[in-house]
Design a protein around this ligand. Structure first.
Ligand code: ADP
Length: 609
């Protein structure tokens, strides 16, 4: 999987500005103070520890009285303990602050819910979102939390190295250069291993997606019967195993790279220690170093080693997590923003919608689904979109209510270009009921009103449910409108039948009371006569609003002012039902054919009844 192909990359400092700005925004200045305290104490503590042996030796050779020496050493040890306690306490606070920071990071969910659906639906959008999720949901060792910790660790290691490097450098620049060289080579080995691991992790994303899909399908309530009856268990298990094996293999290869880098680094560290400690012992033997200074240097040299490996570990940590931060912020900037000019309201009326030379082509498809379509839907008009399945009716609906952006041409809402308008304003104006009906596992009232519990207008709720023909059913439910849908979140939840679900969606559209109402065959489960009756009931209910009715059954929409007969994304015929029948074209032929077919079906049903 190549998420990185067209990914936006950010300078490291920009990521840090963003991260710590967000940390302050979500956790307040206290979190920043805790981080700063941790940095200071983490630099001070190792220095006090490294200097202990030298300080004791210096006291011993200073010629002071034993009591005085004892008091000084005891004082030093108490100071050390206090700093040790504070450092561990601040580290704990820092860890907690960064963890809570990650937990409260809701930007990803916000973005997913608010971004335009077309971008989110696209293959690129899906890939980018999947990659961005790793930044937040990979635990505290990877992603946002580790990236923030990496910066703090880097500051600690850098400050420590600067202090220790200055001490060593003042004694011998050659010694310092040697230590630095060894650390650079070790870091380079680790960087290579890190790059390899990240590449393998990216390849694993597809595997995780596949596993997620299989898990979801294997527990989906509707699938169980087919899985068992058709003995698909073994097939599922084989698919699971194949994917898990591939993932494990990649993880293994990634870790092997690190193991090799570690062995290389340890060999280099061994050679360096032989040389450096040999040198210091020789210097002391020659009388160039006094014992306390020798002891201080032994501690400092060991410290330089620790600071440097820590520095490169931190750099490694930052490098690894920067990729995830890039993925994350790239997704946050992907797609269209919902911001835009406010829609100029025309209270109490349906809107006029105009399409000018609109074409639309789905991502990855060669042929356009909508071809150079020019059309004006007048405010308050009843428009029918009819035509065979796959003609492009749903696609057209998504274009005119702003869910999709045209590939070419422009859609205007009351004369304003849709793409310049605030998406929130545009969506508020449409109540669309699509074919694929579903309810969230929340109470029925929330599913219809789409507002938090207790905020709904109860009168309007009842009215919508009554008009949609669902009130009787709702009244029979144990908790009425507060009954939860399904059992995901509430054990007493109920499942509605397909037809009832459609009514629920229709009630939601009525409750919204938007100026443009669109019914995109939510009545597919009903027979043609019931669909036709329901459409006509809706026509009466929506009064002065603009109404668009879609069906592949031509009898359902004959009441409309104007009928557009769509075929292959083009309007092939247009006019009222009577005019189109008189014309005797495709519409008239299909209408007659369907009428005969439905008549025959009806007769059959009557015989069986
Ligand atoms: P209708 O509503 O008239 O049945 P649609 O607008 O649903 O037609 O579909 C028109 C064409 O676009 C069909 O060929 C369908 O396969 C294709 N199509 C619909 N949705 C997508 C999608 N998300 N990605 C790719 N092609 C799509």
């Amino acid at each position: 999987m190549q998420v990185t192909q067209d990914k936006k990359r950010y300078p490291l400092l920009n990521h840090y500005r963003y991260t710590f700005h967000k940390l302050k925004e979500k956790s307040g200045g206290g979190a920043l103070a805790v981080c700063a305290g941790d940095v200071m104490l983490s630099v001070l503590l190792p220095f006090l520890e490294a200097a202990l042996a030298g300080a004791v030796a210096a006291c011993l050779v200073s010629g002071r009285r034993p009591g005085e020496i004892l008091a000084l050493v005891a004082g030093y040890i108490v100071l050390l303990q206090v700093v040790r306690f504070l450092q561990s306490h601040f580290r704990e606070l820092r860890t907690k602050a960064l963890f809570l920071f990650r937990c409260s990071f809701s930007e990803l969910d916000r973005k997913t819910l608010y971004m335009d659906g077309q971008s989110l639906e696209s293959a690129q959008g899906q890939k980018k979102r999947q990659a961005a999720m790793r930044n937040i949901y990979s635990g505290n060792e990877q992603g946002l939390e580790a990236f923030a910790a990496g910066f703090l660790n880097m500051m600690i290691q850098f400050a420590g190295l600067l202090i220790y490097g200055t001490i060593v450098g003042r004694y011998s620049l050659l010694l310092l250069a040697l230590l630095l060289l060894q650390a650079v080579v070790t870091a380079w080995l680790h960087t290579l291993a890190g790059k390899k691991e990240y590449r393998l992790e990216e390849e694993n994303i597809k595997g995780y997606q596949g596993l997620g899909y299989l898990r979801q399908e294997s527990i989906a309530p509707g699938n169980g019967k087919d899985i068992r009856l058709y003995r698909m268990e073994r097939w599922f298990l084989r698919e699971f195993k194949e994917r898990i094996d591939q993932i494990v293999n990649r993880v293994d290869r990634g870790r092997n790279g690190f193991a090799a880098a570690q062995i290389g680094g340890m060999a280099l560290a061994f050679a360096r220690n032989v040389f450096v400690y040999g040198w210091l012992i020789r210097e002391m033997a020659l009388g160039h170093l006094a014992l306390p200074v020798f002891l201080l240097y032994v501690g400092i040299v060991a410290g330089v080693e620790a600071w440097m490996s820590g520095l490169f570990d931190a750099a490694q940590e930052i490098y690894r997590n920067k990729e995830m931060m890039d993925d994350f912020r790239d997704f946050l900037e992907f797609g269209d923003s919902e911001e835009g000019t406010a829609l100029m309201q025309q209270p109490g009326r349906g809107h006029e919608i105009r399409l000018e030379h609109v074409s639309f082509c789905y991502e990855g498809k060669e042929e356009a689904t909508i071809h150079d379509l020019t059309l004006t839907i007048r405010a308050g008009e009843r428009l029918a979109l009819v035509g065979p399945n796959g003609a492009g009716k749903t696609t057209l609906i998504k274009l005119l209510c702003g869910l999709y952006r045209p590939t070419a041409g422009t859609v205007f809402l009351d004369g304003q270009d849709l793409k310049t308008l605030s998406q929130r304003d545009v969506f508020r104006e449409f109540a669309v009921v699509f074919q694929d009906v579903f309810a969230f596992s929340f109470p029925l009232a929330e599913n219809v009103s789409c507002v938090e519990a207790g905020q709904e207008d109860t009168g309007r709720l009842r009215d919508s449910l009554e008009k949609a023909g669902l009130w009787e059913k709702v009244s029979s439910l144990p908790k009425g409108v507060q009954t939860a849908m399904n059992r995901d979140l509430d054990e007493e939840g109920v499942s509605l039948s397909g037809g009832e679900m459609q009514k629920l969606m229709l009630a939601r559209a009525l409750y919204k009371d938007a100026p443009v109402v669109i019914l995109d065959e939510p009545t597919a489960a009903l027979d043609p006569i019931a669909e036709s009756e329901m459409y006509e009931r809706y026509d009466a209910m929506i009064r002065e609003k603009t109404g668009i009715f879609i069906s592949h059954r031509l009898s359902s929409t004959r009441f409309c002012d104007r009928i557009l007969f769509l075929e292959n994304g083009r309007i092939v015929e247009e006019g009222s039902h009577d005019a189109l029948m008189e014309k005797g074209g495709s519409y008239a032929k299909l209408f007659t054919l369907q009428a005969r077919y439905y008549q025959k079906k009806r007769e059959e049903e009557e015989i069986y009844a």
